[in-house]
Design a protein around this ligand. Sequence first.
Ligand SMILES: [Mg+2]
Length: 401
Amino acid sequence: MNLMLVDDEGFAIKLLTRQLAQLGYDSVQGYERAADAMAVLDTDAHGVDLVFCDLQMPEVDGVEFVRHLAHVGYRGALVVVSGEDDRILHAAEKLAQAHRIQVLGVLSKPVEPQRLRLIMDRFDAHRGSADSRSSHFFSASEFRRAIHDKALVNHYQPKVAMDTGALLGVEALVRWQHPQAGLVYPDQFIPLAEENGLIDALTVVVLEKALEQARAWQDAGLSLHMAVNVSMDNLAALDFPDMVAEQAARAGVALTALTLEVTESRLMRDMRTQLDTLARLRLRRVSLSIDDFGTGHSSLVQLRDLPFNELKLDRGFVTGAAHNESLKAIVAATLAMAGKLGMTSVAEGVETLEDWTLLHALGCDVAQGYFVARPMPAQDLPAWLQEWQSRWRGLANGMTA
Ligand SMILES: [Mg+2]
């Protein structure tokens, strides 16, 4: 695991190196001159797994450095560090993402140990998928076989009520159990599935497994709402509501216990079919959630035209909002709007107690994120629930104290 720090202040490098060592990361190389770091990347762009880059540097600034990372085909992750204000940090983050560089987060100086630990947790969590990205190229036929052989597994991430701490349900998140690459994350195969017309087949498998799992939990005395991700493309098939109803009936799960989280990856000109399928799903009391609200095409237009009853605020607005006035304003306004529309609000990406406290204060109904739990295999849920219930008692006591 090779880490690279780029910062014109030697002191900042020393401090961050020490903080990383305390977290167990020893292979850290610091560069006070961005040009030196760039020379290293020029010769071996794949030898570095994580770069911490300061934005404000003389000669080469952080934005140019990010552009250079993209230019040399860097495939590791990036953390943007700066003493600059939040909006500049976020602009830099967006730029890196536009270059398809994975941004683990932004850190303002001085770096808080707790924030750093969160980012490194994220790094460890993503490493499996990053490894497979560098050593594997997945083909459409390979993925088609994976669907056929049922090599896909769902992990489940809890959604809890912010008022009572109660476990309301889980979101099913698909992983590909690849024979060589190990556990592969959806960001690496969803585009492949979309481009090759496999998204419907994928959705069917995920839905089927999720409903079977919901039934198994139900039989064990745990009645949970099950959320499954679908894309607008799935909803372009007029028989989609019937397929969903049939699967639920086969599994013995009530449609009222199912939520479909709808995302839209591309702009739809004609949404007549989607409007048709969504309305019929809603008539059958399936919950419909507008996913990643505030990003891409998940917008006010959708909210106006489509019968959603749940709004999922994208993590990009939630994580770190306690320290960012513009995020806080956006979150507050969106939650107020969801409330007025009679929708349940769900915050994604609740990672810290501060995120939780802010969202709760702003009236958010439901939380999902690392602060509560990571996505986990189904069999881990009961043990997590016990742990969460005792953590919740502590939290609730702290809040009333
Ligand atoms: Mg989702």
